[in-house]
Design a protein around this ligand. Structure first.
Ligand code: GLP
Length: 263
């Protein structure tokens, strides 16, 4: 695992955006050979999306031959609800870049058959050739996508019931009203994320310090599902100083020195 420690949120967003842009440019995607990008929601990736939008406007990168698959979506929340992940993605990213709408994939949490929806999503990902780079955030309880503590570490796309922790954390988007937060979501599984050729997580702020510690500095456990990334051959976590508050000094220094070229 590679861990990049940046001073703050602005710097980590820039680092992550530059990494994504480099990957897409190097891949040189065409209509026949598109780049497949996995996308998260939440506050963590907003800075990264802003940077990518800017690079797209400046002509540094194009999303014309990029296919996206989002990580998750709430169940039973209308697609046009301002807090649906459909709304989030179009408002914060897709509407501002040159992506083709038909290349965007987001799970439908209102599908008549949710299990079939999840199975079909897995099929679409594999028909697209798999995910080249899966971007992600991390929940305060260490989850990625909506793979809550206790999720199988080999899980595929499916329905998950949200934990009380996550309902509390996400109530900030629903006027602080726990009753308004959907109780279930469709989410790609840990196995789905592990199949991606590369995974890049962004993690910012002191409230993520415990999650980051368990993700990179603890044992692999289904209680902290992002810790499974320790098994991925090409996983990167980009974090800021505030998120490092609970790392051991040795771990913190090792990753800083490694990136500075002192090791
Ligand atoms: C939600 C999303 C996750 C996201 C997490 C953290 O639970 N399903 O994909 O990583 O929130 O969100 P934030 O970045 O807002 O802290």
């Amino acid at each position: 695992m590679r861990v990049i420690i940046e001073p703050d949120y602005a710097a980590l967003s820039k680092w992550a955006a530059k990494y994504v842009a480099d990957r897409i440019v190097t891949f040189n995607p065409t209509e026949d050979k598109p780049f497949v990008l996995g996308c998260p929601t939440g506050s963590s990736p907003i800075g990264l999306y802003k940077e990518l939008i800017e690079m797209n406007k400046q002509g540094i990168i194009s999303f014309r031959n990029v296919i996206t698959f989002n990580m998750d979506e709430y169940v039973n929340l209308p697609e046009d609800h301002p807090e649906s992940y459909h709304s989030f993605m179009w408002n914060n990213f897709f509407s501002h870049i040159d992506i083709k709408p038909e290349n965007v994939h987001i799970l439908n949490g209102n599908a008549p058959d949710l299990i079939a929806e999840c199975d079909n999503y897995e099929r679409l990902i594999s028909e697209a050739g798999g995910i080249d780079l899966f971007l992600g955030g991390i929940g305060p309880d260490g989850h990625i996508a909506f793979n809550e503590p206790g999720s199988s570490l080999s899980s595929r796309t499916r329905i998950k019931t949200l934990t009380t922790d996550t309902i509390h954390a996400n109530s900030r988007f629903f006027n602080g009203d726990l009753n308004l937060v959907p109780k279930q979501a469709l989410t790609v599984g840990i196995g789905t994320i592990m199949d991606a050729k590369e995974v890049l997580l962004v993690c910012s702020g002191h409230n993520k310090a415990r999650a980051l510690k368990h993700c990179i500095d603890g044992d692999i456990s289904h209680k902290w599902t992002s810790s499974m990334l320790q098994m991925h051959p090409h996983a990167i976590v980009v974090c800021d100083e505030a998120a490092c508050d609970e790392l051991t000094v040795g771990t913190y220094k090792y990753y800083l020195d490694k990136e500075r070229g002192n090791l």
